[in-house]
Design a protein around this ligand. Structure first.
Ligand SMILES: [Fe+2]
Length: 231
């Protein structure tokens, strides 16, 4: 038992996170860890931002921090280095709190809505929330892809204004509606938690398991900004 739903595997180190092979229903693996240091101090030390802002190594190095803040910074730099060392391109993002951008289409297609990541190559998404509200997930069985959800499909078809044919399928993909999910059940929503480093399955032609449905949490302006590593 790792406190997460059955489709989540838990490992104890980075090498095991990299090596873990998804199979069956298991489409997420988590390097469970509790990091020492003061990540809140880092968030407070960073300047105000209007939009999601990617921080580079120098942005972190330039911060004047206490010893606990410096410890937290070491963890951030260490993770960036780890993932870069694997040929990945991690981004450490500072995400303003409060409602994020929403599209005006018939169904949401922003990261705060249930969705899966996709790729044309065999790749997974890595992520870690160091501070602020963590990412959320649901088991694949608890979501239904928007085009497969009858009421969503009807709304989308109305917005498309044409026939339910190949052109409509192209429209769904062009607007990313096929990557978003309606929630069938909220019973097993789980939090990715702070500090754990996750590897989750994406929708790609080589992936042997269903992709991991996840979303950015809804936050209010009273909550701290999020510090999120994503690759
Ligand atoms: Fe995502």
């Amino acid at each position: 038992m790792n406190g997460f739903p059955a489709h989540v595997a838990s490992v104890r180190d980075f090498a095991s996170l990299l090596a873990y092979e998804f199979s069956g229903e298991t489409n997420a693996v988590c390097w469970s860890r509790e990091l020492s240091g003061d990540f809140a101090e880092i968030e407070r030390a960073l300047p105000p931002v209007d939009d999601i802002t990617s921080l580079d190594r120098d942005d972190l190095i330039d911060l004047k921090l206490s010893a606990p803040g410096q410890l937290a910074r070491e963890h951030l730099l260490g993770d960036l280095e780890r993932l870069t060392g694997q040929g990945l391109q991690p981004s450490l993002d500072l995400i303003p709190s409060g409602p994020g951008p929403r599209n005006s289409g018939p169904v949401r297609t922003d990261v705060g809505d249930w969705h899966v990541d996709s790729a044309n190559v065999p790749t997974d998404t890595y992520l870690c929330t160091y501070h602020g509200a963590p990412t959320e997930g649901i088991p694949h069985d608890d979501g239904v892809c928007r085009p497969d959800d009858p009421s969503s499909r009807e709304m989308l078809l109305r917005a498309y204004g044409g026939r339910d044919d190949g052109g409509f399928e192209d429209y769904l993909a062009a607007h990313f509606y096929d990557l978003h999910y309606a929630e069938k059940s909220a019973d097993r929503i789980f939090s990715f938690g702070p500090h754990h480093l996750w590897r989750i399955a994406t929708r790609n032609p080589f992936c042997p398991v269903p992709p991991c449905i996840h979303r950015a949490p809804a936050t209010t302006t009273a909550q701290p900004r999020r510090l999120l590593l994503i690759s």
